[in-house]
Design a protein around this ligand. Structure first.
Ligand code: NDP
Length: 452
């Protein structure tokens, strides 16, 4: 049978764009891609990129405080949100154009429309056009999840945070994960009075306990009012703001409420179930190691599969799919030892196992260093860095590396290379320090603080 396309991709985010480009430019495939919103997906348009730019914007008051301690005569001044937002918009326009340019150069045909599947080899656009394709790749990402709480429609999600008309004076952030904790710090840095409600005992569940405790303590010291064990039972619009009631019956008032209570896969409305594509409990498309669904011609990558929901992982999955199916280079995306960073203030960088998970598996040694780094110590700050290695007693391999402090995200990238190579504690020790840096503490950790 002749197909209109070798590959039809639904979704123009990190995973979909990478797969389309490699299949077309390097695999010689005839490729089309449909995107209903803006090219670039969550990462570029309403996630990683604008978030990181907001992180940078929010760091300036701290930098100016530090500059004064270093002898500079500077005053913080005021932050012009709309000026920043205008520049942010232009940067996102530039990036979106770059994504489109990349696809055009690769020869991918783009449809700026929503698409759904008609059968295992056919898609239909919202304008009614239908196309056949030998392979279909679903890369439709995810969207914010909002719990069913009375008045929750008064809250915004991360999607709206980049489009605010003005910064609030008082903000409540609900949730304790990546997005909640990052935005709590961003808003705090920009001068907003921030309260964070988290239903559990400590924010950043799933990360190493000591590392997330360190982040939470530092966030509190920096001015974020984190309330653990607190959940919202109702939101209500009143004349002066949004009144939020917690399960303890306490009511507080805010100008903005941000819900960052997780994300769910965008798998509904694509016509998948009746084709025999398996959908999991959280709405994720179930795929095997090749990103192939139960229907052989249909594949899925990225957040819609809810494996590890990070842009670089989606990119690897999309690339591995294209290599396998269109370049004759079969390979699976690897999902172990994926490093990640939470852009809180201070940053948390992590790779490998937390102390808790490692201990449940085998006997370990734990090495930690907590210290005031030279730069902020000189400025009179109490901020401390945490460096931590979790080591296997039997193999001596470093099982986990956790860093909280300035540059943690940059540092953890290279620690991830070492862990992937199977580096032992002794390999770290044999590596001569780069002085004076924060990172050198990772190769000068002497005696274990715990061994069990
Ligand atoms: P997370 O899963 O990290 O956090 C969700 C938070 O919401 C948790 O604290 C969770 O609590 C809480 N929550 C869930 N349901 C409810 C509820 N019904 N009521 C109250 N609280 C609730 O999701 P995020 O939305 O923060 O981020 C989604 C994903 O996006 C991340 O997992 C990550 O993969 C990716 N991401 C990565 C970033 C990075 O790399 N820097 C930045 C931002 C996002 P509990 O812990 O009790 O379940």
């Amino acid at each position: 049978m002749d197909f209109d396309y070798d590959l039809f991709v639904i979704g123009g985010g990190s995973g979909g764009v990478r797969a389309a480009r490699i299949a077309a430019a390097e695999g010689g495939a005839k490729v089309a891609l449909a995107e209903e919103y803006r090219m670039g997906g969550t990462c570029v348009i309403r996630g990683c990129v604008p978030k990181k730019l907001m992180v940078y914007a929010s760091e300036y008051p701290g930098l100016m405080r530090e500059a004064r301690a270093y002898g500079w005569q500077v005053e913080p001044g005021t932050f012009d949100w709309l000026r920043f937002r205008g520049r942010l918009d232009r940067e996102l326009d530039r990036l979106e154009a770059a994504y489109r340019g990349t696809l055009a150069t690769a020869g991918v045909e783009v449809f700026d429309l929503r698409a759904k599947l008609v059968d295992a080899h056919r898609v239909q656009l919202t304008d009614g056009r239908r196309f056949t394709a030998r392979h279909i790749l679903i890369a439709t990402g995810g969207r914010p999840f909002l719990p069913d709480v009375p008045g929750v429609e008064l809250a915004v999600t991360s999607n709206e945070m980049f489009r605010l008309e003005a910064l609030p004076a008082r903000a409540l952030v609900v949730g304790g994960g990546f997005i909640a904790s990052e935005f709590a710090c961003i808003l705090n840095g920009l001068g907003v009075k921030v309260t964070q409600y988290y239903r559990g005992a400590q924010i950043l569940l799933g990360f190493d306990d000591e590392a997330r405790g360190h982040v939470a303590d530092a966030m509190r010291a920096g001015g974020v009012d984190i309330r653990c064990g607190t959940d919202v039972t109702a939101l209500e619009q009143i004349a002066t703001g949004i009144r939020v009631t917690s399960q303890a019956g306490v009511a507080e008032e805010f100008d903005l409420v941000l819900y960052a209570t997780g994300r769910v896969p965008n798998s509904a409305g694509l016509g998948l179930e009746r084709l025999g594509v398996e959908i999991g409990k959280r709405g994720e498309i179930v795929v095997d190691g090749w990103s192939q669904t139960a229907v052989p011609s249909i594949f899925a990558v990225g957040d819609v599969t809810d494996r590890i929901n990070l842009t670089p992982v989606a990119i690897r999955e999309g690339h591995a799919f294209a290599d396998t199916v269109f370049r004759g280079v079969p390979r699976q995306a690897e999902h172990d030892l994926v490093a990640s960073a939470v852009f809180t203030q201070p940053e948390l960088g992590t790779v490998g196992l937390s102390e808790e998970v490692a201990r449940a598996q085998e006997k370990i040694e734990v090495y930690t260093a907590r210290f005031r780094p030279m730069r902020s110590l000189f400025a009179g700050s109490e901020d401390r860095v945490l460096m931590k290695l979790v080591v296997s007693q039997a193999s001596r391999k470093v099982l986990g590396c956790h860093v909280v402090g300035p540059g943690a995200a940059e540092l953890i990238q290279l620690a991830a290379v070492a862990l992937r190579m199977g580096a032992t504690k002794e390999d770290f020790d044999r590596t001569v320090a780069v002085h004076p840096t924060i990172a050198e503490e990772l190769v000068t950790l002497r005696a274990p603080v715990r061994s069990d």
